[in-house]
Write a protein that binds this ligand. Structure first.
Ligand code: NAD
Length: 459
């Protein structure tokens, strides 16, 4: 059987391998999932929760080993790899309880009618996921899909098949046959799943692949949930605390080697404080140790592969040729390493200001005032996250109101309180997930109504 080998991007060494799922086996997997679905749905939300809750302790116990494998597969620092697995396990019970609430039927009544609103499974869900958070991204799709009463086939990224397999093994240990399956491979397996007889496609990945999935799904009007790329802006107002804005900008531009969908990719700084901000940002970048994720003190590991790094290097070179100034970083090391770069003098004529970079690059664009910052921040087809830093919270909040993004952070990152959705505006998403409203996108709403007895009539 053909295998998919996973390589360490730091040194090119193989980490492990999985069998590739032959494309012509996908329809049999879907048939197995369809056969398993009615009994899974019949358990109801609490029965499904009970079948899944044992995964919490399994994930916490396996966090060190699976986190190490994750770090070796895609490069992020070990503490972040282990943390990704551990926090998924730690949060599981609370998430399951929230999903029981989301998928439990509600009664809505008026004077004449009593309606039951049900949140039922759609059938078979295909979950197709990226490599940048290879444990939590599958979780964000698979868990609500299962809890809604669907059976699921996960197609993890070909860059991180071992972590995808570990996730399915840990989550699925107590599940009946056919409820959760995994298909390994690359775009061919993804396309085959999209074309198969599935009822919902939950996808997290690039905008280009999202567009092709949407087009392919149109033929059968298959339901889709797309969480796509971003080009997130950070606006730094003239009254911002420069040191903390620069510290935040470095962390949010370079974390996970810049390979986070809500990484800061563009920084609009008021020209009154721009020199001080840029100096502080370069100093922060210089403090971040680059190296193998398993080395002590490393803050930035290698990028996921040399192809992704080549894309970043091309954008950097083109921006410099058009007049941007590279103040630090940008040097390519062995493996897929790239030193964190700060670019000043970026303009919107440059590709690097418009297309997703997904690498350790901070692009600084100097602006005259808040209006120019807002206009440029919104000058993109993306709309995932946006952040504003400012001293006067009311003024920062007024700027936040004008930023066209699904999630906006004021003097902090974009992540919302537990219960709020993860949501992209514009071309960063189509549908969303998390929170009661997000969970329900994995279900079919059904309204079952009956008449109420007329007042005064004996029943
Ligand atoms: P990608 O789009 O290249 O691949 C994602 C998945 O789709 C992989 O499993 C891949 O094998 C599969 N695939 C590729 N072509 C396909 C096709 N034609 N049909 C079906 N499946 C196909 O993305 P990536 O490089 O793995 O991940 C990085 C991207 O993901 C970035 O754009 C990032 O912004 C985005 N992302 C978004 C979010 C979010 O919440 N919005 C979260 C994480 C990552």
């Amino acid at each position: 059987m053909a295998t998919l080998v996973s390589f360490d991007p730091a040194d090119g060494q193989p980490v492990g391998e999985v069998p590739i799922t032959p494309v012509d086996e996908i329809s049999a997997m879907v048939a197995r999932a369809r056969a398993a679905q009615p009994a899974w749905a019949a358990l109801g939300p609490t029965g499904r929760r009970d079948a899944l809750r044992g995964a919490a302790s399994r994930m916490i116990e396996a966090a060190e080993a699976v986190g190490l494998q994750l770090t070796r597969e895609m490069g992020k620092p070990l503490a972040e790899g282990v943390g990704e697995v551990r926090y998924t396990g730690k949060g599981l019970i609370e998430e399951l309880d929230e999903m029981v609430e989301a998928f439990t039927a509600e009664v809505v009544e008026d004077a004449y009618t009593r309606s039951e609103m049900r949140y039922d499974g759609l059938g078979v869900c295909a979950a197709i996921t990226p490599w940048n958070f290879p444990f939590s991204m599958p979780h964000w799709m698979v868990l609500p899909a299962l809890m809604a009463g669907n059976t699921v086939i996960l197609k993890p990224s070909e860059e991180t098949p071992l972590t995808g397999q570990a996730y399915v093994d840990l989550l699925g240990a107590d599940l009946p046959d056919g409820v959760l399956q995994i298909a390994h491979g690359a775009d061919a397996q993804g396309k085959a799943l999209v074309a198969a007889d599935v009822d919902l496609i939950a996808f997290t990945g690039s905008r280009a692949v999202g567009q092709s999935i949407m087009a392919a799904a149109a033929g059968r009007l298959t339901r889709i949930i797309l969480e796509l790329g971003g080009k997130d802006p950070l606006v730094v107002l003239d009254d911002a605390d420069v040191a903390s804005a620069a510290r935040f900008a470095a962390r949010n531009s370079f974390r996970n080697a810049g390979q986070v969908c809500v990484s800061t990719e563009r920084i609009y700084v008021d020209e009154a404080i721009a020199d001080r901000f840029v100096d502080a940002l370069v100093a922060e970048a210089g403090k971040m140790k680059v190296g193998h994720g398993t080395e002590d003190g490393v803050r930035i590991g290698p990028m996921v592969n040399q192809r992704q790094r080549a894309h970043v290097l091309r954008q950097l070179a083109a921006a410099e040729a058009d007049g941007a100034r590279r103040l630090c970083g940008g040097e390519a090391g062995p493996g897929a390493f790239l030193q964190p770069a700060v670019l000043d003098g970026v303009t919107h004529a440059m590709d690097i200001a418009r297309e997703e970079t997904f690498g350790p690059v901070a692009c600084v664009i100097r602006v005259a005032d808040d209006d120019e910052a807002v206009r440029l921040a919104n000058d993109t087809p993306y709309g995932l996250g946006a952040i504003v830093f400012g001293g006067d919270e009311a003024r920062a909040a007024a700027v936040a109101d004008r930023l066209d993004a699904g999630m906006v952070g004021i003097n902090r990152g974009v992540g919302g309180a537990f219960g709020t959705p993860w949501v992209g505006a514009r071309q960063s998403g189509f549908g969303y997930h998390k929170g009661i409203a997000g969970h329900r996108q994995f279900a079919q709403v059904r309204v079952i109504s009956r008449s109420k007895p007329k007042p005064g009539k004996r029943s």
